[in-house]
Design a binder for this molecule. Structure first.
Ligand code: OGA
Ligand code: NI
Length: 405
């Protein structure tokens, strides 16, 4: 059992990280040229489907948050209580960091098996091409790595990081309370919710201007392995969220607003009702983009499972209990298929499609049948060698359903 989040990720960390100075490139190197990028936002611009913007002081905030989580898995918040000058200071600190010469940044490089420090996107291992971005990850104290960047004067940077984490923690708790509230659950119902979570992670991302943005990818499509993520982006757009039936939609920067997205653990907690949203970052030909993601999760060894208030015999739990530590290990190994690995009625022929993560499984016809199988009184317990019969009966049930429809 992992006790620290960093231990959970280490075994799958990157080997052979390749560091190019993207800031000085005049051409897109082959290593960063993606063969086919999905086309940009695919909605019809005459009827734009816009990511909700919620004023947290709105008396209807709980309802609005619930609706946004259910339909999008992402929204922006205003009146969130984080001082604007702190957002600006954080952005300025990030800008200063990424503006350092590459040799200097590499002094604070993530160690081959580490998680904190400077480096390329961690998810790079899952793709044949590199992404047009650089990052700096802070877990716990920023001091160790910051001191390598600025040997004599890193305290300003560290102070901003600490203040930012504190404010984000307050906001994350408030958002959790709204999100749980919208599910009809209070913070008191969830024992760990009011306690100090695990050491959260702060991820600073830099997307330098790119000579060939149509063939480059800033950060490839992924879901976050968190309960929720709070993202500050500078005034350059690039973040896109995927919406079922609509496609990729740009989440435009709104001065002072923060982007909130549902992560995989809230997806599990809500029993699939709130989808962890697939998102990615595109790059720009002329503008440098910067973002700061606050990755919020539960205490690392608390078992996260669908809330009991949301499950009954008609809505059985779709996911087995899993700790954040364990889940991070799965994510590092299976990436976008990690959710399927903890699904109780995971498809029996292996993993499903990478995009299946945000299906509200409970509502699909096949899940009705899967649930039937799960709750069959004759369901053999694992290890009796009878599972194969259930594979067959499941297939038959699916076929029957297709015929009946
Ligand atoms: C992330 C992320 C998006 C962005 O860091 O997990 O999704 O716009 N970032 O930088
Ligand atoms: Ni993300």
């Amino acid at each position: 059992m992992h006790t620290r989040l960093s231990d959970a990720i280490k075994p799958y960390s990157m080997i052979n990280q390749k560091h190019l100075d993207l800031n000085s490139m005049k051409e897109l190197p082959e290593s960063h040229a993606w063969l086919s990028l999905d086309e940009s936002p695919s909605y019809d611009s005459s009827t734009p489907d816009l990511v909700p913007v919620i004023n947290l002081n709105d008396p209807n905030a709980v309802k609005l948050v619930g609706h946004a989580c259910k339909t999008w898995g992402v929204f922006q918040v205003t009146n969130h209580g984080v001082p604007t000058n702190l957002l600006e200071e954080m952005e300025a600190a990030g800008r200063k960091l990424f503006a350092l010469p590459i040799q200097q940044k590499l002094k604070a490089a993530r160690s081959p098996k580490g998680v904190s420090g400077y480096g390329v996107a961690r998810i790079s291992t899952f793709f044949p091409k590199l992404m047009w971005s650089e990052g700096f990850t802070v877990i716990g104290s920023p001091y160790e790595h910051a001191r390598k960047l600025w040997p004599n004067r890193c305290s300003l940077f560290c102070d901003v990081i600490e203040q930012y984490k504190q404010e984000m923690n307050k906001l994350a708790q408030r958002l959790m309370s709204l999100m749980l509230g919208s599910l009809g659950v209070t913070m008191e119902d969830v024992k760990w919710a009011g306690t100090q979570g695990s050491s959260p992670a702060l991820q600073l991302n830099s997307y330098p201007a790119c000579p060939d943005p149509d063939r480059a990818m800033g950060l490839a499509a992924h879901t976050d392995s968190t309960l929720l993520t709070i993202l500050h982006q500078n005034n350059t757009s690039g973040l896109q969220a995927h919406k079922e039936g609509t496609g990729w939609v740009t989440v435009p920067p709104i001065p002072g607003a923060l982007v909130v997205n549902v992560g995989d653990l809230l997806h599990i907690l809500s029993n699939g009702l709130y989808p962890s949203v697939l998102h990615r970052a595109m790059v720009n030909r002329t503008r440098h983009r910067l973002s700061v993601a606050y990755l919020y999760g539960p205490p690392s060894n608390v078992q996260i499972s669908p809330l009991s208030k949301l499950t009954d015999h008609v809505h059985p739990p779709l996911y087995r209990p899993v700790t954040w530590s364990e889940y991070l290990g799965k994510k590092a190994k299976h990436f976008n298929k990690a959710l399927s690995t903890v699904r109780v009625c995971a498809p029996l022929n292996g993993f499903v499609d990478a995009n299946d993560h945000n299906e509200t499984f409970a509502n699909s016809p096949s899940s009705v049948l899967l649930n039937l199988v799960l709750f069959s009184p004759t369901m053999p317990s694992k290890g009796h060698g009878l599972e194969s019969q259930y594979v067959i009966s499941l297939t038959k049930l699916k076929e029957t359903w297709l015929i009946c429809r």
